[in-house]
Ligand binder design. Structure first.
Ligand SMILES: Nc1ncnc2c1ncn2[C@@H]1O[C@H](COP(=O)(O)OP(=O)(O)OP(=O)(O)O)[C@@H](O)[C@H]1O
Ligand SMILES: [Mg+2]
Length: 265
């Protein structure tokens, strides 16, 4: 059975795209069949993999077909192969237009789910890179997935922000997708040498306790933590995963460890 996971945080710049890319890459290196879906109109994941998007090969075309209840033609047209075991459905800014058009669609929360239903049989893992919002695209991702990873940076520890996100996930769980699980919180861009990092781990535990009290929900914080390194950005500029670009780098190692921890969860 394929595991479909949304990588989500309504705050911008918390490492969602970097996590989708490198977690996907690490799993594909372990021999798993992985599909990445770029579901953010900023198209950062598509750009990070150096893909050019034409008019057909993208998620918005598939969403448009699903809205019109038309059959998907051939899968190869929409899915790009990146490397062995790793595929991508790219997107472009036009995905924002689809988000607008969803307003008038029946079962508008379930459009991505119907797209994914058609292709999931071919994959062990499908990772959906979400945009930094809680809009209709993110709701579609939450309706289509069976689990969620929440990347957070050291600065993003307010119980309020996490609470808002968890509350939204809970609403989707109640109303649309009872099977959804929060796999956990992944700390990214951690500078292990600063005192801030110690304070942040403390603050994060307080946030998690707060969520436990308020929403009766026990959220795990992954043991693996992703350190900060300028080479992460360099890899993206070179249109590569850090694991390929600098295999010995601490961020590359951290994502490999995280892939193991998460997939053995
Ligand atoms: N471990 C890291 N060390 C250093 N820089 C990083 C690391 N992870 C991500 N970055 C950089 O931080 C920035 C934000 O990362 P990323 O694009 O993955 O976040 P995002 O949550 O997807 O952002 P958005 O909300 O805009 O989609 C990028 O420039 C990325 O290269
Ligand atoms: Mg992103």
């Amino acid at each position: 059975m394929s595991k479909i996971t949304a990588i989500i945080n309504q705050k911008g710049g918390t490492g969602k795209t970097t996590t989708a890319l490198n977690l996907g890459y690490a799993l594909s290196e372990e021999g798993k069949e992985v599909l990445l879906i770029d579901f953010d109109p900023q198209a950062s994941l598509t750009a990070a993999l150096g893909c050019n998007v034409d008019n057909k090969t993208n998620i918005q075309t598939l969403m448009a077909l699903a809205i019109e209840e038309k059959e998907m033609m051939e899968e190869e047209k929409y899915i790009l192969n990146i490397k062995e075991n790793l595929d991508l459905i790219p997107c472009s800014l036009d995905l924002a237009g689809i988000e607008m058009s969803l307003v008038n669609v029946m079962s508008r929360e379930l459009v991505l789910k119907s797209v994914v239903e058609n292709i999931k049989k071919d994959y062990d893992y499908i990772l959906i890179d979400c945009s930094p919002s809680l809009g209709m695209l993110t709701i579609n991702a939450l309706a289509a997935c069976n689990s969620v990873i929440i990347p957070v940076t050291p600065e993003y520890l307010s119980a309020k922000g996490l609470g808002l996100l968890v509350n939204n996930i809970n609403r989707i769980k109640k109303r649309i997708n009872p099977g959804i699980e929060i796999d956990g919180i992944l700390i990214t861009m951690l500078n292990q040498r600063t005192n801030l990092s110690k304070e942040m781990v403390k603050a994060l535990n307080e946030s998690v306790d707060f969520i436990k009290d308020k929403y009766n929900l026990d959220i795990k914080v992954f043991k693996s933590k992703i350190p900060i390194s300028v080479r992460t950005g360099e890899a993206i500029l070179n249109k590569k995963s850090i694991i390929e670009y600098a295999p010995k780098n601490k961020v590359a190692k951290a994502y490999e460890d995280f892939a193991k921890e998460w997939s053995n969860w």
